[in-house]
Design a protein around this ligand. Structure first.
Ligand code: ALA
Length: 468
């Protein structure tokens, strides 16, 4: 009975939001919105749009809207918890405060891998664009040095190097990282505007016939794939302890970044399918290639450079998110605290950043991309489900909690959030489900061997029981 009680021991909200980690509070609502856009716009739109268009046709616009709807439902739940529960642990922290330690551990463990592998996946897309850009400039990197062993190479060196470069930036300081992110977000929004501007002059309505060649099923399949393009708005919540006014600014950052990106995606998808007939879009760099085919060679090169910039910030913010989740878990004693120490000068967890950077870099050098991307979707969808469930439970357990932002029409909206995530998860492959189960079992072994013995909350309860 005590074991069961311990496993579902929750953490007080005070512990979650007010503990001082030594991080620096310096991020504004604008910084947070830019961090969101930085994480969201990446491989999804620059790489996956073409593949998704071959599944949905020009109706990919509706796939984007559908995926935005699913994310929007859960984004409202994130906004409510970020403003009321707080803490840099994101879904892990909310689950700890609402559903207890065991669920929190499972979700934190899941998110560590999902964010980390997401950064790795995008770094592989980055490498592909980068080697292509070098090739266009007449510099050729041998395939053995820019592809993983399963794709005819030995090691993916560019993917490894970009992660190490970003480790250096993240370790320097959050304000510097946010500034770097902001500049690059301007570059990527600029090249997307260039694409929409040029492309809209060449829009040919004939390419939109038929508009939905694969019907509703095609739209749903496209949404399942394109969901990846929206991942990232949730990482803003990991910046809760570095935000100046998290209760007000986190909901603004989440909703604004998701809204802006949805608009951008719909415009890109509409223009892309209007200038190229959808069956010809089965390519890895549809945005740049379509302009190239229109004869805008120079603009296509600029777009490719913008895509590289876009992918860089997606890696940066996802990598940042994984370090903050680790930090929150280490603060609670569930992971080794010594690794997550904050450097007094830079106010960053330098050791942790370099340790995770080393692991991610190695993974980027040798792992194949496809399987990881599905796993990322699975991990993030699980977190979304838990966050929406937390909102529903918390409305009953803590009806009077101060909620600066409230999810409208609760519990309908969070219930729809959970159902829509489960629906998308159902379509993922058996191997992805199996990988998730294996990863969770490894996590549970670690938890029962290490986490429970070192858990701050559990040890505190033991002390209280002994002194009572
Ligand atoms: N949303 C991010 C991307 O599209 C993960 O790259």
């Amino acid at each position: 009975m005590t074991l069961l009680k311990n496993l579902f021991q929750t953490k007080s909200f005070h512990d979650n939001s007010n503990a001082s980690l030594g991080l620096r509070r310096c991020l504004t609502a604008t910084d947070l919105t830019f961090l969101g856009i930085g994480a969201i716009i990446g491989a999804g739109v620059f790489v996956l749009t073409g593949f998704a268009a071959t599944q949905a046709g020009p109706a990919i616009i509706f796939s984007y809207l559908l995926a935005a709807f699913v994310c929007g439902l859960n984004a409202l739940a994130y906004a409510e918890l970020a403003s009321s529960v707080g803490g840099c642990g994101s879904a892990y922290g909310y689950a700890y405060a609402v559903l207890g330690e065991l669920v929190a551990w499972i979700i934190g463990w899941d998110l560590l891998l999902a964010y980390g592998m997401n950064a790795v996946t995008v770094s592989m897309g980055w490498s592909a664009y980068f080697t292509e850009a070098l090739h266009a400039a007449g510099i050729n990197i041998p395939k053995s040095l820019c592809a993983d062993p399963l794709h005819g190479g030995v090691i993916n060196l560019p993917a490894m190097l970009i992660i190490l470069l970003l480790a250096k930036i993240l370790a320097t300081g959050i304000k510097q990282s946010a500034k770097f992110n902001k500049i690059i977000v301007f570059v990527k929004l600029g090249v997307i505007a260039l694409f929409i501007g040029i492309g809209s002059f060449y829009f040919d309505a004939a390419n939109w016939k038929p508009f939905a060649p694969f019907g509703l099923q095609g739209i749903v399949n496209g949404a399942g794939l394109i969901f990846f393009a929206y991942i990232g708005f949730d990482t803003i919540t990991t910046a809760a302890e570095e935000a100046v006014n998290p209760k007000r600014d986190l909901p603004i950052g989440i909703i604004a970044s998701l809204g802006i990106c949805t608009l951008v995606y719909i415009l890109v998808a509409g223009v892309l399918t209007g200038i190229m007939y959808y069956p010809t879009l089965n390519i890895g760099s549809p945005v740049a290639t379509s302009l190239f085919k229109l004869g805008f060679h120079f603009s296509a090169e600029i777009i490719a450079i913008g895509a590289i910039a876009g992918l860089t910030t997606a890696i940066l913010v996802l990598y940042y998110g994984s370090t903050r989740i680790f930090l929150a878990m280490a603060r609670d004693g569930l992971l080794p605290k010594s690794i997550a120490k904050i450097d007094k000068k830079t106010h960053t967890p330098r050791k942790l950043i370099w340790m995770l950077g080393g692991i991610f870099s190695l993974a980027a050098g040798i792992l194949p991309i496809n399987q990881i991307a599905e796993f990322v979707n699975f991990g993030v969808l699980t977190a979304f489900c838990i966050v929406s469930i937390c909102v529903i439970v918390l409305r009953y357990t803590q009806p009077n909690l101060n909620r600066p932002f409230k999810t409208p029409w609760s519990p309908l909206v969070p219930i729809l959030g959970v159902i829509s995530c489960l629906y998308l998860m159902k379509s993922l492959s058996a191997i992805t489900w199996l990988s998730f189960i294996i990863w969770t079992v490894i996590g549970l072994v670690f938890y029962f061997k290490y986490g429970r013995a070192n858990s701050v909350i559990l040890n505190r309860s033991v002390v209280l029981e002994n002194t009572a």
